[in-house]
Design a protein around this ligand. Structure first.
Ligand code: ADE
Length: 416
């Protein structure tokens, strides 16, 4: 089988961990069992560019159970779990092109290897597959039925492509599903970001000043968890409404340069560029730990940090100490790449269960529907079905509307 991975000998450990994740992905398991019977993806080729984790392995198993042929590459050079790539190749027969720590050239070589088998569906986390296909592999467009996109950053890129009239096939923004962003972005990023910081540094959060840049769903999740661990939380925002929300959620709100004077830990989750920049490094409190939880490694201006430092050394795995001229030290985690997937395992399977249920059902939806060339959201019925299955798997039952209540909601004449 064509593939490019670190070491096939790691497959035993990978399989155990994939099966561990599966225990906490009941919704995806239900879909997989239906896919095994109905084979809705039969004969379709899917190229997926996702973080190669135990959770993604279970998505890949679901798609192939549905009859798809697939290839998988990484959506980030530092998030690949090499034991998972080994097990996917050795135990599940799925071609993977991903090696943890791969350089930029290899990263794109792997994306091209996935595209080489001329997919019918692209599955992205960050839109690198779509953008490579639209810029360098245009000859593949005629075969494509559609694509899916996992993350906020990717959806922003796709909407920009659609607005500029360059998008050439329909894409489903999985991130738009409520069962995706309300849970994955908020509780997934909240927990896994803290997990990454703790595994990298073993620092105590209680009593620290913890700054979160960006108060979208990810930022909210991070702030909530830092608060829960006893930190004093400061939020930095550019959006006035979100800033009020942060205030009323009980957090301080400050401009970034002021916040970093007080910060022991500062995390970016904005999706934008140079959020922690020269001015921030100049003002930073001695010993500050900085980390990024946004999709791309652009949120912290690492180049400027390097230029301003007089010495750089790796003091723990993926913790770099930057010594400044005046003696202050700044600690950068994961080279500015996603801290939750570089220093920890990413979001737990319990939450990826719903995200990847959306991915699997989006692939089926693309095949069963002729979509216009634009960025689509999955129908609300699919979102609700995923939520119901998740509740059921958690042993929770909820109320249903009575006929009288349903009729009341549809009746506009009835007032006081
Ligand atoms: N994105 C965030 N966490 C993830 C995980 N565990 N697997 C795949 N993609 C992710």
């Amino acid at each position: 089988m064509e593939c490019d991975i670190r070491d096939r000998g790691l497959s035993t450990e990978g399989k155990k961990r994939i099966e561990w994740a599966e225990r906490n992905m009941p919704v995806l398991s239900i879909i997989r069992k239906r896919f095994e019977k109905e084979r809705p993806l039969l004969g379709k080729r899917i190229a997926a560019c996702l973080h190669v984790t135990t959770e993604t392995a279970n998505l890949a198993r679901t798609l192939t159970a549905g009859g798809a042929e697939m290839r998988l590459c990484a959506s980030n050079p530092l998030s690949t779990q090499d034991d998972v790539t080994a097990s996917l190749v050795m135990d599940y027969g799925i071609p993977v092109f991903a090696i943890n720590g791969e350089d930029n050239r290899t990263y794109y070589k792997h994306i091209n290897s996935c595209l080489d088998f001329s997919p019918h569906i692209t599955m992205d986390d960050g839109a690198d597959l779509v953008s490579t296909l639209h810029s360098k592999r245009k000859e593949l467009v005629p075969d494509i039925l559609g694509g899916t996109e996992e993350t906020t950053t990717g959806v922003i890129r796709l909407r920009s492509m659609a607005k500029n009239g360059v998008l050439r096939y329909p894409v489903i923004a999985v991130n738009d599903s409520l069962t995706k962003h309300l849970f994955d972005n908020r509780y997934g990023t909240g927990q896994s970001t803290i997990d990454g910081i703790l595994r990298a540094t073993n620092t105590l959060i209680a009593g620290k000043t913890f700054c979160v840049c960006g108060y979208g769903w990810c930022g909210r999740g991070i702030a909530k968890r830092a608060d829960g661990l006893g930190a004093r939380v400061i939020v930095c925002e550019v959006d006035s409404v979100k800033a009020i929300e942060a205030l009323m959620d009980g957090f301080m709100v400050l401009p970034g340069v002021e916040a970093i004077r007080e910060a022991d830990i500062m995390v970016t989750a904005t999706g934008d560029i140079n959020v922690i920049d020269r001015a921030h490094f100049g003002a930073a409190k001695d010993g500050v730990i900085i980390a990024n939880s946004g999709h791309f490694d652009v949120e912290i201006n690492t180049k400027a940090l390097e230029e301003m430092a007089v010495q750089v050394k790796e003091v723990r795995n993926l913790v770099h100490e930057y010594a400044m001229k005046d003696g202050r030290k700044i600690y950068l985690l994961a080279k500015g790449r996603l801290v939750n997937l570089s220093c920890a395992d990413g979001h737990p399977p319990d939450v990826m269960d719903m995200s990847f249920a959306n991915q699997a059902l989006a692939a089926e939806y693309i095949i069963n529907n002729k979509l216009s060339i634009s960025v689509h959201t999955l129908p609300v019925e699919i979102d609700n079905e995923i939520a119901l299955l998740k509740l059921k798997s958690m042993g929770k039952v909820i109320d249903t509307l009575t006929d009288e209540q349903r009729a009341y909601l549809e009746e506009w004449r009835m007032g006081t």
